[in-house]
Design a protein around this ligand. Structure first.
Ligand SMILES: Nc1ncnc2c1ncn2[C@@H]1O[C@H](COP(=O)(O)OP(=O)(O)OP(=O)(O)O)[C@@H](O)[C@H]1O
Length: 343
């Protein structure tokens, strides 16, 4: 039993191959679709919904052919688009009822399902306020609710954690998991962060430059080296909190670093520090160092390496036939800056 099958699916635009002979076979459950920006995730979703034609290859969703059965697919599949597309002047209730009616639910059922769905996504209290005053997290929940309101068998969630802070991300990931456990709805969720999908998904599909890099059960990913992303506040004593923490960790890090090459294991990127975390003691070290400096800890979360690094390591270890293109994980030279997103 599969919910999505594609065979040698390609989508070529005049200057870009967005999908390149992609063959995947996705079972019921929660599946993550991971790829850098421009990897082809949104393109795949549009083809699977029957909204954009493929250049070649075939795709079936819930056993239905995307070229012939697009409208039936859209009745049975919910879709949460990536970008903010909500009308600011109406309330969550009005909007979600409207979407329920658009999917064919009669008025009473639409109202009941809307109330249930908004309660499920945690928006019950605010449901009569205009969406324009909502936080990003609340807007993402409205988008999730409208994807679920017609009780689909499958939902496509395009970057649902985009723009959320760490707490908001965790809450959204928990909600997504419950969409499957509470309602039995299968989920295809995209992200450019492998780490967050690993926690949520049964299965992860990784694409890069429109090609399949890897498709496997989540627990097969867990052996991969991890690093910690740490973000701290600045204080009067430490006007550059990130640098203060970096320096303190580097001096303490000599003791904890197990880096085989003996290289410094703390690198800084903007306001984020990436700390190699071979074991749990690194978490304690970071926490204690942050506290010792009197900084505020904004986030400390497990991070994966860039997808290309993860998969070149994982593939070598697992001996899978997936190949890693030389450009894997690199920003797409051909990316058009997102102008297509409005389409
Ligand atoms: N309508 C279009 N016309 C031309 N090129 C397009 C169009 N839609 C997408 N592309 C290109 O196809 C490639 C894949 O885009 P896609 O939106 O599927 O990527 P993505 O993985 O969803 O990334 P993002 O999260 O940034 O949207 C990109 O190089 C993009 O510029």
């Amino acid at each position: 039993m599969t919910v999505i099958v594609t065979e040698s699916l390609s989508k070529r635009y005049p200057r870009v191959t967005a999908l390149d002979r992609l063959s995947v076979d996705i079972a019921p459950g929660v599946t993550g679709l991971v790829g850098a920006n421009g990897a082809g995730k949104s393109t795949l979703i549009k083809i699977l919904l029957g909204l954009a034609p493929a250049t070649e290859g075939t795709a079936h969703v819930l056993g239905l052919d995307v070229t012939k059965d697009g409208s039936t697919i859209r009745e049975r599949v919910g879709y949460m688009p990536e970008h903010d597309c909500l009308p600011p002047d109406v309330s969550a209730t009005e909007f979600v009822v409207h979407m329920a009616r658009m999917s064919g639910l009669p008025p009473t059922a639409a109202r009941e399902r809307t109330a249930d769905t908004l309660r499920h996504v945690g928006l019950y209290e605010e449901r009569y306020r205009p969406i324009g005053g909502y936080s990003t997290g609340m807007k993402q929940r409205v988008k999730l609710a409208q994807a679920l309101v017609h009780d689909p068998q499958l939902v496509f969630l395009d970057e649902p954690t985009n723009g959320l802070d760490p707490v908001g991300r965790d809450e959204m990931l928990g909600l997504i998991r419950r969409v499957h456990t509470d309602f039995g709805i299968s989920v295809l969720v995209t992200s450019h962060l492998l780490g967050e999908l690993e926690r949520t998904c049964d299965h992860v599909v990784v694409i890069d430059g429109g090609k399949l890099l890897r498709s496997s059960a989540t627990d097969e990913f867990t052996q991969v080296t991890t690093s910690l992303a740490v973000e701290v506040t600045d204080t009067d004593t430490h006007p550059d909190g990130t640098e203060a923490l970096r320096a303190a960790l580097v001096s303490a890090g000599a003791a904890v670093s197990t880096d085989a090459a003996g290289a410094a294991s703390v690198v800084s990127s903007g306001h984020l520090l990436y700390v190699e975390a071979p074991g749990e003691e690194t978490y304690d070290l970071v926490r204690d160092t942050v506290a010792g400096l009197g900084l505020g800890l904004i986030r400390m979360e497990q991070r994966r390496h860039r997808i290309a690094e993860v998969f070149s390591t994982a593939d070598a270890a697992a001996g899978t036939p997936a190949t890693v293109p030389a450009t894997a994980g690199a920003p797409h030279a051909t990316q058009d800056g997102g102008a297509h997103d409005a389409a």
